[in-house]
Design a protein around this ligand. Structure first.
Ligand SMILES: [Zn+2]
Length: 239
């Protein structure tokens, strides 16, 4: 793995500045769409730092029913279940788009936390950000319409990938905790409004500004929370 990869993730960039981690404990992986780093019933044992795109983290509410918890991009990491509930299989994480990530074993990640100050502090700040995002999305599922939530999720994906992306209605239904026919109706509505285009599960955003107008307030709020965290990761300017 090339050390320059570390600079593509906000947390790893801090780790590299503070305590250059031996590359032997890190590996790089490409997660194809549909790959599940965490699956229900399986103990999560690895921590993932996305380098591009994002991983969707879901809480398994009950069998076959998940609640959207966060979309984790190059600003953060997928790994808190390894710390908080290492023997719990209540989490599901999915690569919605092809995603490159740096991967580290959970035990080695715990050692890195113990050996660092700035990195550990950044991980703690990110945990607070993730809590903020999760509560926001819990409210999103309770109070906002499926069309507004779908628009919000497509904008979040568009932030990670501006081109056409492969996205089935089944996957959208699982992530948004809705029924597939409801998602199909919502996609049709957005397409008829001229905001998105899709054919054979190939989706693209046609009118981003108009899509932002349809999306719920969770989009700008979650985006602002992530931006605030990213600003906190910037190195201090010399005085
Ligand atoms: Zn919302």
């Amino acid at each position: 793995m090339d050390r320059s990869s570390l600079r593509r993730n906000s947390l790893l960039a801090i780790l590299d500045r503070e305590h250059p981690a031996p590359l032997s404990v890190l590996s790089e992986a490409r997660l194809a769409p549909g790959t599940e780093p965490y699956s229900p019933g399986l103990q999560p044992s690895r921590v993932y730092f996305p380098l591009n795109r994002a991983l969707s983290l879901l809480l398994v509410v009950e069998e076959d029913t998940c609640a959207e918890a966060a979309l984790i991009g190059p600003e953060g990491m997928l790994g808190f279940p390894t710390i908080l509930e290492p023997e719990d299989g209540h989490w599901r994480a999915v690569a919605v788009l092809p995603t490159d990530a740096v991967v580290v074993d959970a035990l080695r990640f715990a050692h890195l936390l113990a050996d660092t100050l700035a990195f550990r502090a950044a991980v703690e700040r990110y945990s607070a950000t993730l809590f903020r995002l999760s509560v926001q999305l819990a409210g999103c599922g309770r109070f906002h319409t499926v069309v507004a939530r779908l628009a919000r999720f497509l904008l979040m994906l568009h932030d990670q990938s501006q081109g056409r992306f492969h996205l089935t209605h089944d996957v959208l239904a699982q992530i948004l905790g809705s029924h597939r026919p409801t998602i199909t109706r919502a996609c049709t509505e957005l397409r008829e409004l001229g905001l998105v285009d899709y054919r054979r599960a190939e989706m693209s955003v046609v009118d981003r500004t108009a899509l932002e107008a349809v999306a719920c307030a969770c989009y700008p709020q979650t985006r602002a929370a992530v931006a605030q965290f990213q600003r906190s990761c910037q190195p201090a300017l010399p005085r």
